[in-house]
Design a binder for this molecule. Structure first.
Ligand code: GLA
Length: 332
């Protein structure tokens, strides 16, 4: 494994950005920068050994504007949507910024995707990574409690990308951290991902209203377009939270995606209850038009603070938030 550090231009805030590139001996590499703790690059060999960029991203931090698509970013304090930006905690009402029409999305006006994180590279055994840390002040975007958060991204010799998000708060608060990478296994910029083959280990999904807020029900995928329990082409647009089978809190297989031409495949494992399957519907223009990448955002359920029937998302002082996800790359 090698780890390389290099300048990555200037952040939209005017600070100097840094990129770390980690590469294993099979040529698989991961590029991550301190602006937004963002995955800016993954290069993967295909079945013939040909390396291609499979992450939608840019070569300079200045291009990562805060609310434009959240390319590759670490999202928080509460990823995905909160209806009208409202929630109650301990008998108190909170009003977050509404940056997605009527709703709060991905942490608000200036989420964790638009902050410079502290970075500490490390190597242990056959795995190298970078631990990014951030202090999110009490009252930031109107969330209660100072939240100290870390995002650990690492690659190993077996072709696995580990994503570990941890945090502690000094007051009760709500947490949902995810990564928002867009993938195109045929190569970034090569066209639509709707022909990729998808398998989702989910017997349920969350139906949503016209502003993409979950209704609160969990629908069976049986007989619907959401049934990817057997592999089939993606074919149409999605922006929905899939309810992953198996036990919450336990790392388990969640989603498999393969490009039929190059043979490149990724398998996502997560310990979270859901994965937002998003087909880049809001992407537009060059270099990344609509549907030119797909996101698999492992997370707690959207708008969970307003749905007591969903798995809980409140973090108490003294507890540690810990989200573990992992992506395995192959090319058979
Ligand atoms: C998430 C949401 C989408 C969209 C993107 C950002 O994936 O579910 O609706 O807002 O983020 O463009």
């Amino acid at each position: 494994m090698t780890i390389k550090k290099q300048p990555f231009g200037t952040t939209p805030d005017g600070d100097t950005a840094t990129l770390w590139t980690i590469e294993n001996t099979s040529g698989l590499s991961l590029g991550i920068c301190d602006w937004g703790a963002t995955i800016v690059s993954v290069k993967q060999p295909d079945k013939t050994g040909r390396l291609d960029e499979i992450i939608l991203g840019f070569d300079d931090a200045s291009r990562y504007i805060s609310t434009e698509g959240y390319l590759g970013a670490t999202c928080g304090r509460f990823a995905n949507r909160i209806a009208s930006g409202k929630f109650s905690l301990g008998g108190k009402k909170y009003q977050l910024n509404c940056n997605d029409g009527l709703n709060h999305l991905h942490g608000g006006e200036k989420g964790y995707n638009a902050r410079t994180w502290e970075a500490a590279p490390y190597s242990e055994g056959n795995r190298s990574g970078v631990v990014f840390t951030l202090i999110s002040p009490d009252g930031e975007e109107n969330y209660p409690g100072e939240f100290k958060v870390s995002a650990d991204y690492a690659l190993d010799e077996q072709g696995r990308l580990f994503m570990d998000f941890k945090g502690v708060s000094n007051k009760p608060t709500i947490i949902n951290i995810t990564n928002h990478a867009y993938w195109n296994l045929a190569g970034a910029g090569s066209g639509s991902i709707l022909n990729h083959l998808l398998k989702v280990h989910a017997s349920g999904y969350l139906p949503v209203d016209e502003t993409a807020i979950p209704t609160g029900e969990i629908h069976s995928v049986e007989g619907t377009a959401f049934d990817f329990r057997k592999v089939k082409p993606i074919s149409r647009e999605f922006d929905h939270c899939m309810v992953i089978d198996g036990e919450n809190g336990v790392l388990r297989v969640a989603v498999e995606v393969q490009d039929p031409v190059s043979g490149r495949k990724l398998t996502l494992y997560t310990d979270r209850p859901g994965v937002q399957l998003y087909t880049g519907n809001f992407l537009q223009g060059t270099p990344f038009p609509k549907n030119s990448g797909f996101c698999l955002e492992p997370q707690d359920f959207p708008d969970a603070p307003n749905h007591p029937e969903f798995p809980p998302v409140v973090l108490q002082p003294g507890e540690t938030y810990h989200h573990r996800s992992m992506i395995e790359f192959s090319n058979r």
